[in-house]
Design a protein around this ligand. Structure first.
Ligand code: SF4
Length: 326
């Protein structure tokens, strides 16, 4: 399968008190046609900053380095006008809270058709029919009525369905979904995830799915990149990450989620401590202050991101050696 996007060694720096600090450092991944890559990690790990850097939606004060190759061109070199054409059309986005993404004073139909007008030359009738068809596809009952309604009249789940309609109406090559179900209750979450999976399969859309929820990753993704403190620390297939885990941080994440086959009295094991602030990154391995396997070398030398076999990557001094307890 062809590659849709290749992110190569991107870094993002923010200026704080006239000093630049790396929020994202040396992040690389690619996504094939029709593939879903999960970008997973705790809050503050740099997942959203990475996605905003890809579509050039960060504040002007942010310094972005590296390359983001999309259809043979570097998105980071495109003009503002070129980028506007790509965003929303070829690369679309869904965010966590649909109410803040929808404009409260415009009708739903107008908000979906606006994307069509910006990216395709269609008559009013053609746009109307496409919007109606898309609302049906995302499972909205009474679509004609909803087209003439306003966001406040819809439930959270329906608003997220509308956001998916906006994101998919131009048949994008890549959908970036940033915690798309976090604000929804569990049953609606499952419906929205199923809908995203069906649409990405039907349209052949590649997906970059940003989440802190490993259950969502297991349900939705083909491959996974685990982020910690602005770096990808482990990357591989879903099976690599869940069943051949290498990095101590990924192990910690997996131990912290409840499992259906575990005795009720067995305690979950949280990862002690917090993600370091970007102004206080440790010198060596960024996970060294929380890692149960930390060694002297980890505190002074940063491990490289190495292929540990079959395109399963890890950023840990122990990864190349045997003996890391699973
Ligand atoms: Fe832990 Fe050292 Fe590996 Fe970092 S490099 S994850 S501190 S063992």
């Amino acid at each position: 399968m062809a590659e849709v996007i290749r992110v190569d060694s991107i870094g993002v720096e923010f200026s704080i008190n006239q000093h630049y600090f790396h929020a994202v450092d040396d992040v690389s991944f690619h996504i094939h046609e029709g593939e879903t890559l999960g970008l997973v990690g705790e809050s503050g790990s740099g997942k959203s900053v990475t996605s905003l850097a890809i579509v050039r939606l960060l504040a002007k004060s942010a310094r972005v380095t590296g390359t983001v190759m999309y259809k043979g061109r570097n998105l980071l070199d495109m003009t503002v006008q070129e980028m506007r054409q790509i965003r929303g059309g070829e690369i679309s986005m869904i965010f966590q809270e649909p109410m803040t993404s929808l404009n409260p004073v415009y009708k739903i139909g107008a908000q979906i058709s606006e994307t069509l007008h910006l990216h395709q030359r269609l008559s009013k009738r053609e746009a109307h029919d496409q919007v109606l068809g898309m609302l049906k596809k995302v499972g909205i009952a009474r679509p004609e009525e909803i087209m003439n309604g306003y966001p406040y009249q819809l439930s959270g789940g329906m608003r997220q369905r509308v956001m998916i309609a906006i994101a998919m109406i131009c048949n994008p090559s890549l959908l970036i979904a940033d915690e798309p179900t976090t604000a929804l209750d569990v049953t609606i979450q499952a419906q929205i995830l199923r809908l995203m999976k069906e649409l990405s399969r039907d349209y052949g859309t590649s997906v970059l799915l940003i989440t802190h929820d490993l259950g969502v990753v297991a349900e939705m993704c083909d491959r996974v990149a685990v982020m910690y403190a602005g770096q990808i620390v482990e990357q591989g297939t879903v099976d690599d990450i869940f069943f051949a885990t290498h990095h101590p941080y990924t192990q910690g994440l997996l131990k912290a989620i409840p499992k259906i086959d575990v005795k009720i009295k067995e305690r979950l094991q949280p990862i002690d401590g917090n993600v370091p602030a970007i102004t206080r990154m440790p010198k060596g391995c960024r996970f060294s202050s929380r890692c149960p396997y930390v060694m002297e070398r980890c505190r002074s030398e940063a491990p490289a991101f190495v292929d540990i076999g079959e395109r399963h990557y890890s950023r840990c001094w122990l990864s190349a050696a045997e003996g890391l307890e699973k």
